[in-house]
Design a protein around this ligand. Structure first.
Ligand SMILES: Cc1cc2nc3c(=O)[nH]c(=O)nc-3n(C[C@H](O)[C@H](O)[C@H](O)COP(=O)(O)OP(=O)(O)OC[C@H]3O[C@@H](n4cnc5c(N)ncnc54)[C@H](O)[C@@H]3O)c2cc1C
Length: 414
């Protein structure tokens, strides 16, 4: 039976939820205070991954911790005062650095990514934006043999979970990507990973499809949730609206929303930056690549060559600090010839991360009709359609396409 449903948050996770619920026959309103897809989902590297199976909190992180604490890596920067204030969160996050958690998470993530990519491809086709889709894999680059050896846990996990990949040596990398400086000793190409050349245009296309089919997009700031006998009043800057079911998909702001009705969600934010550079007259890259030792990703995008930074551990709302992205751009210039910077200033986003690096996708433990869909950390673009499918099947009381238990909200006390 069709239900009146609100989705709070119009990032890629909320947009996919709204679209999937609508396609299942529901009357859906998507609410965002901004134009949808203009926060974290705007500036990512566009990788539609089915291969990012090893969570960051795995045993290798503990071995690397002393080096990372020096706070000099381009891949990870932190504000020591912020980390001190968030020490309980950090310690909980580190407590998941076990082999058993890494194995559990890798199976869960792979299952969710696989159903997601299939749905992305079909929606991309339906939305008539196939020109955004790139089937060329996603590449990890290593400057040294030592760096490549440090990737062995990822390789092992990819092999265990059925990810297809190929290892390239120096000469093969030169042939595959002639626009890269010949400094790489090894590369690992995730053969079946694809990508999009504009995450924002992808979100816009999904929104256009949602509106064309009768969906409502409301631009307003949600400020409260009031439980009713059946459903909720969604209180917003311009009034209140009653819905039978509410999906919270507010990305890095989701813990704030959940707190209004009494949940204490262990949400962290891994901030990240990007900058576009004008392509030069050299062979352009065929795919997004991650220079693992350089600590940045580089992706050919419709807006230019997009350089994305690694992780900055800092308060979600603290002013941006461009040190890391400037270093990333300087490093990227050494490996690929590019012209000037296109953006007036770098873009910043906040990856929403929970203590076990798995998203919460499922019912709020103490409220019927309230659903959580957030915490997709580094791979939210990749996991959004699958997460939407899980929410839709649970709202409809149907069997979910994969096991939903790894994503339950009550897997830790909240
Ligand atoms: C540098 C970088 C590179 C990345 N690369 C990739 C990649 O290549 N592939 C990949 O899969 N993932 C990647 N990611 C991760 C991915 O971008 C995120 O996981 C994903 O965008 C999270 O989407 P979201 O919808 O949960 O959050 P968001 O996109 O942040 O959306 C949340 C929305 O909620 C709205 N909102 C919040 N609170 C309220 C409120 N009270 N009222 C109304 N609206 C509200 C916000 O305005 C926002 O639009 C990357 C991230 C970064 C930062």
């Amino acid at each position: 039976m069709a239900k009146k449903i609100a989705v709070i948050g119009g990032g890629i996770v909320g947009v996919c939820s709204a679209l999937d619920l609508q396609q299942a026959g529901h009357d859906v309103t998507l609410i965002d205070r901004k134009q949808p897809g203009r926060e974290t989902s705007y500036g990512n590297a566009g990788v539609l991954s089915e291969s990012s199976v090893l969570v960051i909190n795995n045993p290798v992180l503990l071995r690397r911790l002393p080096g990372l604490m020096l706070n000099q890596s381009t891949g990870l920067r932190y504000n020591p005062l912020f980390l001190l204030k968030r020490l309980p969160w950090v310690l909980k996050f580190l407590s998941y650095c076990t082999k058993s958690h890494a194995q559990h998470a890798s199976k869960a993530l792979r299952a969710l990514m696989l159903i997601s990519i299939g749905q992305h491809k079909s929606w991309i086709n339906e939305a008539k934006v196939s020109h955004l889709l790139r089937y060329a894999g996603w590449m990890k680059l290593f400057r040294t043999q030592k760096g490549f050896d440090g990737f062995s846990a990822e390789i092992e996990t990819m092999a265990e979970t059925g990810v297809k990949f190929t290892i390239y040596d120096r000469e093969q990398i030169r042939q595959l990507e002639p626009g890269l400086a010949p400094i790489y000793e090894k590369a690992v190409l995730m053969d079946e990973t694809c990508g999009v050349s504009s995450p924002a245009e992808l979100t816009d296309a999904y929104i256009a499809m949602f509106i064309a089919a009768g969906g409502t997009v409301l631009k307003t700031d949600v400020t409260g949730l009031k439980p009713l006998d059946k459903g909720f009043d969604v209180i917003h800057a311009d009034g209140a609206l009653a819905f039978e079911e509410v999906v919270v998909a507010a990305g890095p702001w989701s813990a704030d929303v959940a707190k209004w009705v009494g949940y204490d969600v262990p949400m962290g934010w891994e901030r990240g930056y990007h900058m576009h550079l004008e392509p030069d007259d050299v062979p352009q890259l065929g795919r997004a690549a991650h220079d693992v030792e350089g600590g940045f990703a580089i992706a050919p995008m419709r807006q230019g060559v997009r350089i994305t930074s690694g992780v900055e551990l800092e308060h979600r709302d603290a002013p941006p600090n461009y040190t890391q992205i400037k270093k990333a751009v300087a490093e990227a210039r050494k490996i690929h010839k590019m012209k000037g910077e296109i953006d007036a200033e770098p873009w910043m986003g906040r990856r929403p991360t929970l203590i076990d690096s798995l998203p919460i996708v499922g019912p709020a433990p103490r409220h019927k009709g309230l659903w959580f869909n957030f915490g997709h950390q580094h791979i939210g673009l990749s996991m959004a359609p699958g997460s939407a499918k899980l929410i839709t099947s649970m709202i409809d009381g149907k069997a979910a396409p994969i096991d939903v238990s790894p994503y339950r909200a009550d897997r830790f006390p909240i």
